[in-house]
Design a protein around this ligand. Structure first.
Ligand SMILES: [Zn+2]
Ligand SMILES: [Zn+2]
Length: 267
């Protein structure tokens, strides 16, 4: 069994909860410690019962609360060596015994939860995605990537559930007067983020590999809305004859509050 819940998702902070009922893990902690503790309580979880934090990359929307939660609850933090070196001082002191290091691409266990890590194309030093599994059930977290290379397809193939980036609407991004040209180019690049269209095309490919449940996540606050993301995704899927709620199940990971809690059975 796997329980999965995006607590926060978006450019203003990311944090997802995963558990097999015994081991409890956060993937990223990009909000304040207090906000994450409150969100955990809302899904009936006690922050004191957490076992670890997995870090995807050093951008502040993924690590803001890592230090405070690690110190407050004695939590081991897992990140690659390069990511550890790149994490800004804002994370604060993390007790040496709580620093866990791995090479992206390695698989390991935390308790009985299997953790697969894999490289993703993004403008951070050593960014990665994760697939967590227990028996036959698995969930993948795939946000902050400019495109979906074949190596990522392989790494998440057959996941029961996926949190997949649907970051921006290209028209909203291009017409956004608050964004400098360089920032727009960064977001649009192959080391930036997935657009709503990219997300839908990803869903079509992941469906062929067996995934049926998708949570749209890491939405931009300025260059997207939940309605636009959902409408674009379902529209692209419909053109291929794929119906939401029948052939595939889409839901939304919210920026500022807790999203649906999923429970995946082993078979
Ligand atoms: Zn991010
Ligand atoms: Zn990022």
């Amino acid at each position: 069994m796997i329980r999965f819940c995006p607590l926060f998702s978006g450019s203003s902070g990311n944090c997802a909860f995963v558990s097999d009922g015994k081991t409890r893990i956060l993937i990223d902690a990009g909000r304040s410690g207090i906000q994450i503790e409150e969100a955990l309580k809302q899904i009936g979880e006690d922050p004191k019962d957490l076992n670890a934090i997995l870090v995807t990359h050093e951008h502040s929307d993924h690590i803001k609360g890592v230090g405070i939660l690690s110190r407050r609850f004695n939590l081991p933090v897992y990140a690659s060596q390069a990511t550890w070196q790149a994490m800004p001082a804002g994370v604060g002191t993390i007790p040496p015994g709580m620093r866990r290091m791995f090479n992206v691409g390695e698989d390991f266990y935390i308790g009985h939860l299997g953790v697969d890590s894999f490289s993703i194309p993004h403008d951070a030093v050593d960014p990665c995605g994760y697939r967590l599994w227990s028996g036959q059930a698995s969930v993948s977290v795939l946000t902050d990537l400019g495109y979906i290379p074949p190596s990522v397809m392989d790494a998440v193939s057959g996941s029961s559930l996926m949190l997949l980036e649907s970051n921006y609407d290209p028209d909203m991004l291009r017409s956004n007067e608050h964004y400098r040209y360089a920032l727009k180019q960064r977001i649009l690049s192959r080391k930036g983020h997935l657009s709503n269209q990219d997300c839908a095309e990803g869903i079509l490919r992941f469906m062929e590999l067996g995934t049926r449940y998708f949570i749209l996540g890491h939405l931009s606050g300025e260059n997207n809305t939940p309605e636009t993301a959902m409408r674009t995704n379902t529209g692209v899927l419909a053109l291929e004859g794929v119906k939401d709620g029948v052939d595939v199940h889409l839901s939304m990971a919210w920026r500022d509050h807790v999203s649906d809690l999923f429970e995946l059975k082993e078979n």
